[in-house]
Design a protein around this ligand. Structure first.
Ligand SMILES: Cc1cc2nc3c(=O)[nH]c(=O)nc-3n(C[C@H](O)[C@H](O)[C@H](O)COP(=O)(O)OP(=O)(O)OC[C@H]3O[C@@H](n4cnc5c(N)ncnc54)[C@H](O)[C@@H]3O)c2cc1C
Ligand SMILES: *[C@@H]1O[C@H](CO)[C@@H](O)[C@H](O)[C@H]1NC(C)=O
Ligand SMILES: *[C@@H]1O[C@H](CO)[C@@H](O)[C@H](O)[C@H]1NC(C)=O
Ligand SMILES: *[C@@H]1O[C@H](CO)[C@@H](O)[C@H](O)[C@H]1NC(C)=O
Ligand SMILES: *[C@@H]1O[C@H](CO)[C@@H](O)[C@H](O)[C@H]1NC(C)=O
Ligand SMILES: *[C@@H]1O[C@H](CO)[C@@H](O)[C@H](O)[C@H]1NC(C)=O
Ligand SMILES: *[C@@H]1O[C@H](CO)[C@@H](O)[C@H](O)[C@H]1NC(C)=O
Ligand SMILES: *[C@@H]1O[C@H](CO)[C@@H](O)[C@H](O)[C@H]1NC(C)=O
Length: 620
């Protein structure tokens, strides 16, 4: 009888799941309060006060201080102040003084066995992600402490690495770090995984907030909020990565819109910059699906930004970029029912086909850009020059919610064109009854960037593939770029999205291709030769891309650190409104990233010329 009642209750619960709404994670319930700060001895209170809490702090509003304080300055935090900081944090080990991984390769800390081991793991992204300060595009750190077999740094210095890291375990840790850095006029940066391609998760002399440990995650099968949304949702801590999110969602029969790369930090830089996804053909960008953010603002306050609270900030956080508007502690997103997936992969090379046939086969593929985008695919394809041999690799073409039969009909026009060109090709086709195993099988882990890699990107609108003439012009520029030594990663997908009014680059909405260009410049070159090589890339190769996509732009998360006219390029007509949000939430400019919203007044006085290895100072 008793068990009968229980099973009846259980069935009821399944049929009518209770509605659920947002809660704070335990780590978010540990907050710094004004009352706590006010209860501290005055000297300590001034270190940790919220913006505007005490008049004495307005001293920092002093525009004649040209640069943020850096190590060696008289006003650099004393040992005593650092001890006070450590005591305010949730645990003594939450304050970490930076030790570059490759310090085991140099000087008095040299250990050959450890250095060799490190070098053998250096291209493994996890080596850098798990470290408080290492980043995946080390060029912008200044290459001041790489294993010698990778790049001989000639010694080990901090360069563009931060001085101290606050390993955030609670929201109070984040607030304490933000207030301390802002009140003391220090450089503040945020690192999650370190994937940023432009060095935006590092900075010389900085205090860094490291969000990687914030791994809480919660599922709501029937989330309800005031905006009218009713349905499944996931709330995730800022440190949750793609591989963790996808696995968690899979166990609950749902899918989340997140990136292809397994190690990317979904709820930090990725979603704040927009976020393209293998699910983009169905659901647009990751930022389209956000229901709310919890964050620590530049004033040190812990707030919610959603469709009814802090609505301008909510708008700005969905595409305006990381490291600019505060430190996000968690994000709540809509999620969707699981689905089947079909995928294809193939490869072509000029060595096998001969040069002209190879390019004809590649052109035939790009000619179908609009048809394929409308067909519902997301592609990860590469075009790589090696000596005078070129390869095109499709790995994979990902077709969410499609069967292999449907995928075959998407591929049919291409294969029949190849047949008419007398080029044999049989793509490898796979099908999966669920998203997670498809994503696992189709997107292998990606390595950290080599120390000499630089990238840029461009969104190619539908118009570039709409006429025979436009297709020829577009293809010829891409072909010439590859023949000039540039490698491409080309994502063919329509990121139209479901949410027109967010701050993400509007150029996404009309594009059918997001193409990354990558090239290598030898870091051994003298600085003038490096500058010349960068000029050829940015003002040569990429200028020819911009010339044929005049009203489009570039994706801020996969961009050239030296992007010209970056305000327009990354944000189009959203830029002015983004700047006004930035001015309101961060009048002291405590948060700064290179080519981020509102970053115009400052620049890094870089030793190498274009990285984070120098002081952050006002310009002009
Ligand atoms: C291997 C690889 C695969 C990728 N795949 C994809 C993909 O499939 N789709 C796609 O759209 N992009 C992709 N990217 C680009 C990716 O979106 C960016 O590198 C993104 O910035 C990563 O965010 P992160 O938080 O992991 O990295 P980080 O480098 O740690 O941070 C990036 C930026 O966001 C800021 N930030 C981080 N966390 C927070 C926070 N909690 N609050 C406020 N600011 C924060 C940092 O200060 C920094 O400015 C890929 C990159 C790599 C290297
Ligand atoms: C580094 O490499 C060693 C052996 O090559 C391996 O045992 C270890 O797990 C690797 N560590 C990482 C972080 O990849
Ligand atoms: C937004 O957040 C506030 C504060 O937490 C909450 O009261 C409100 O219900 C949320 N609104 C929506 C639409 O979720
Ligand atoms: C997935 O395909 C099914 C069957 O074709 C369709 O009913 C459903 O709407 C599709 N889902 C999405 C998100 O497009
Ligand atoms: C486009 O290029 C093809 C060769 O690839 C050529 O046959 C065709 O005439 C060109 N079309 C235009 C409009 O130039
Ligand atoms: C590109 O050209 C502009 C204008 O001459 C120049 O200011 C800029 O520094 C150049 N960019 C690079 C990367 O060399
Ligand atoms: C390729 O290189 C040539 C010769 O330097 C240059 O004229 C041309 O503009 C370059 N094209 C592209 C697309 O990079
Ligand atoms: C500095 O103070 C002036 C005058 O009090 C004020 O107008 C300005 O907005 C402040 N600037 C910052 C960055 O806080």
């Amino acid at each position: 009888m008793a068990s009968h009642i229980l099973s009846f209750l259980f069935a009821t619960a399944v049929l009518f799941p209770p509605s659920q709404s947002r809660t704070l994670f335990p780590f978010e319930q540990q907050q710094l309060t004004r009352e706590h700060v006010a209860s501290l001895p005055e000297e300590d209170a001034l270190l940790f006060a919220f913006d505007g809490q005490f008049d004495e702090i307005s001293e920092v509003n002093n525009t004649d201080k040209r640069c943020r304080y850096a190590p060696g300055d008289k006003k650099w935090p004393s040992t005593k102040a650092l001890t006070k900081l450590r005591k305010q944090l949730s645990s003594a080990d939450a304050l970490i003084a930076t030790v570059p991984l490759a310090s085991v390769c140099y000087g008095t800390t040299k250990n050959d066995a450890q250095c060799q081991q490190l070098a053998s793991n250096w291209t493994n992204a996890y080596t850098h992600i798990e470290d408080p300060t290492e980043i995946l595009s080390p060029l912008y750190q200044g290459l001041t402490c790489q294993p010698p077999s990778i790049y001989d740094s000639g010694g080990c210095t901090l360069g563009g690495s931060p001085s101290y890291v606050i390993k955030a375990k609670t929201v109070s840790d984040i607030q304490t770090g933000v207030n301390f850095a802002r009140n003391d006029y220090l450089r503040l940066v945020v690192k999650n995984t370190g994937h940023d391609f432009s060095g935006k998760s590092t900075g010389h002399g900085a205090f860094s907030i490291w969000t990687h440990g914030l791994k809480d995650i919660q599922y709501f099968d029937n989330y309800v909020d005031e905006s009218g949304y009713k349905g499944p949702a996931i709330k995730a801590g800022a440190g949750v990565q793609a591989f963790e999110l996808y696995k968690f969602a899979n166990q609950r029969g749902v899918v989340a819109v997140a990136g292809e790369g397994q190690t990317v930090g979904v709820f930090g830089g990725y979603i704040l910059g927009g976020g393209h996804s293998p699910l983009s053909p169905l659901y647009g960008l990751a930022a389209d699906h956000v229901l709310g953010f919890e964050l620590v603002t530049p004033f040190g306050e812990f707030v919610t930004a959603n469709s009814s609270s802090n609505t301008e900030l909510f708008w700005a956080l969905r595409g305006g970029g990381g490291g600019t508007f505060g430190v996000v502690s968690s994000v709540t997103i809509r999620v969707y029912k699981d689905m089947p997936v079909a995928a294809a992969s193939w490869s072509l090379s000029s060595a096998a086909l001969g040069k002209e046939k190879f390019w004809a086969a590649v052109k035939a593929w790009f000619d179908l850009a609009n048809t394929n985008a409308d067909g519902g695919v997301y592609t990860y394809s590469t075009l790589v020059p090696k000596a005078s041999d070129y390869t095109f690799t499709m790995q994979p073409l990902f077709a969410p919610n499609k069967s292999s039969t449907q995928l075959n009909s998407i591929l049919a026009p291409y294969l029949s064109k190849l047949t008419s060109l007398n080029i044999p090709l049989s793509p490898e086709i796979s099908s999966y009854n669920s998203f997670y195993p498809a994503w696992q099988a189709e997107f292998p882990p990606e390595p950290a960037s080599a120390p000499d890699t630089i990238i840029a990107s461009r969104l190619f609108p539908r118009a570039n593939f709409a006429t025979d003439d436009a297709r020829n012009i577009t293809f010829n520029v891409l072909r010439q770029s590859v023949e000039n030594g540039t490698s491409l990663i080309a994502f063919n997908t329509a990121t139209r999205g479901t949410n027109p009014d967010i701050s993400v680059n509007p150029a996404f909405r009309t594009s059918v291709y997001h193409i990354i260009a990558a090239t290598h410049i030898s870091p051994l070159f003298p600085p003038t030769a490096i500058a010349a090589a960068r000029n050829t890339f940015t003002n040569g190769t990429l200028a020819s891309w911009r010339a044929i996509t005049p009203n489009s732009g570039s994706y801020v998360n996969e961009a050239d650190r030296l992007e010209p006219d970056w305000q327009r390029s990354f944000w189009g007509d959203r830029y002015e409104r983004l700047v006004s949000v930035k001015k309101e939430v961060d009048p002291r400019e405590a948060f700064w990233v290179s080519r981020g919203v509102g970053s115009e007044g400052w620049g890094v006085e870089s030793v190498r010329g274009d990285g984070e290895d120098g002081r952050l100072c006002r310009v002009g």
